[in-house]
Design a binder for this molecule. Sequence first.
Ligand SMILES: [Zn+2]
Ligand SMILES: [Zn+2]
Length: 137
Amino acid sequence: MAQKISGGCACGAIHYECNADPVVMLNCHCRDCQRASGSAYAAVVVVPKRAVQMRGEPRYYKAVGKAGKAIERGFCPTCGSQVTVKLERLPDALGLQAGSLDDPSIHRPKMDVFTSSAQPWDHMNPNIQKHTEGLPS
Ligand SMILES: [Zn+2]
Ligand SMILES: [Zn+2]
């Protein structure tokens, strides 16, 4: 049985629950994720969209990534916490920002993506897959 995944933003206006296992967990080192997070990378737990129940409405900021596909980053309009990521490449999936989880320790990244943009001060786990650009197709 799938573990229940839950989380939300810092002020509590947005809360989500998911009753399915993650599809993939990854760390994205692209410049867009760096700018949006203000840090080295985005740690994202990708889950089936239909399994997610959302309370509150994230505001979405849309950007077109290097591969020409849109990414929308959802954040709380009140406290600014990033909570979700919608990927045009994966329309049936929803990314959850690992730091927004109630238990962020469940994040077990399988791969690093866009490592071509990774920063020298960003030390990556050498034991997981590396992709210089986006998700392999
Ligand atoms: Zn909030
Ligand atoms: Zn990224």
